[in-house]
Design a protein around this ligand. Structure first.
Ligand code: M6R
Length: 362
């Protein structure tokens, strides 16, 4: 039931403090400030990780790649399942194949998993439906605890996937001796800050409503981000396309000058995801380039973060957070922007045209 909410999507966006908390608790011990042991897969023996997924789950995988490589030093590849399964991938021995899926039934992801298992690779499935085909097929099941997701546009399943995968990357870093106990404690605490920061971000949504009002009149929107904000920018563009039918693209901010900046004009809003992280200054200078060409820039950033020098940007401020959990917190404004824009346009938010919740055909 939707309760006080107009749409399941809105309800599910607002459930994220709980669903993220629940998912983190499955992998991390807040009292001991430690990761919980992962017995199903020996993370010390994994030489490479291959993530396969579709749509939003693919972007969760892309976000996880940064964490697996940085924290655990494990090379990590992420591929769209419909491409992976048909190109005879040359996986090296010791590769762990991780399928990421809300439903656990997506045909291409399931087929990729089955193929890898038949080749003798270790497999794991990050799934929200714990009785699904992928849950049964994979050697290890890594659950997300988002609860049933009804809206076709994935929201709480996405943040639960990110929460699980960041926790697993931390577990891999600890198991492999690359994350010391004090750093482990710091990152566990940082992750458990996410539910509160998500809740705070959900409350301060007036600016986002105002931006959505303007977005609803646009025919093209660009999302920009660097580092983990790059896959989140693509997720933001996907969400906007899916439910508001506005054409949107997500780009790596540094890629702008290699082509997409030609699209910038006064009619094309540019949404920048700019947390206070080590690449903030680089993103800010890309925004100067956009503003100098007359593009309307909306900068989603932390309270207290500077604005790009000399550039007219509209700011949407959210609580400051540890860069490690920024994908969890910044997912919220990205989802709300798409949601409010769709509401403004009057589209069928929970059942967007041409889309099914679960794609079980090829
Ligand atoms: O059930 P899955 O996570 O495997 O589904 C994958 C995609 O079909 C799904 O994420 C889709 O992109 C959503 N509609 C995105 O909002």
């Amino acid at each position: 039931e939707k309760g006080e909410y107009r749409h399941f999507m809105e309800k599910e966006i607002h459930e994220q403090p709980d669903s993220v908390q629940h998912t983190l608790s499955a992998y991390l011990d807040l009292v001991a400030q430690k990761v919980k042991p992962q017995d199903a897969i020996d993370l010390t023996k994994v030489s490479r990780i291959q993530i396969v997924a579709c749509g939003t789950a693919f972007y969760a995988g892309e976000i996880a790649r940064y964490a697996f490589e940085r924290l655990a030093g494990v090379p990590c590849d992420v591929e769209i399942a419909s491409e992976f399964r048909y190109r005879s991938p040359a996986l090296t021995p010791g590769t762990l194949v991780v399928a990421v899926s809300q439903s656990g039934e997506t045909a291409d992801t399931l087929a990729s998993l089955t193929w890898c298992k038949a080749q003798g690779f270790d497999t794991a499935a990050v799934v929200n439906v714990h009785t699904s085909s992928m849950a049964r097929e994979a050697a290890a099941m890594w659950p997300t605890w988002a609860g049933p997701e009804i809206g076709v546009a994935s929201t709480k399943a996405f943040t639960a996937q990110v929460a699980a995968l960041l926790s697993l990357a931390l577990a891999a870093g600890v198991a492999r001796g690359r994350v010391a106990p004090d750093e482990e404690a710091r990152l566990v605490k940082a992750l458990f800050e996410a539910p509160r920061l998500i809740a705070e971000t959900l409350q301060a949504d007036d600016d986002l409503k105002a931006v959505a009002h303007d977005l609803s009149k646009a025919s093209d929107v660009l999302f920009l981000g660097r580092g983990v904000m790059y896959p989140l920018a693509m997720e933001g563009a996907l969400k906007l396309k899916e439910i508001s039918y506005i054409h949107a693209e997500g780009y790596a901010a540094g890629e702008l000058k290699h082509g997409p900046i030609a699209l910038v004009d006064e009619e094309t809003p540019v949404i920048a995801l700019a947390p206070m992280d080590e690449v903030f200054e680089k993103t800010a200078s890309n925004l100067q380039e956009v503003a100098a060409r007359g593009g309307p820039v909306v900068m989603i950033t932390a309270k207290g973060a500077p604005s790009p020098h000399g550039a007219a940007v509209r700011r949407v401020e959210i609580p400051a957070c540890d860069p490690f959990i920024a994908p969890l917190v910044y997912a919220v404004p990205v989802q709300l922007l798409a949601y409010y824009t769709a509401v403004e346009k009057g589209t069928d938010v929970d059942q967007p045209r041409n889309l099914a919740k679960s794609v079980t055909v090829e």
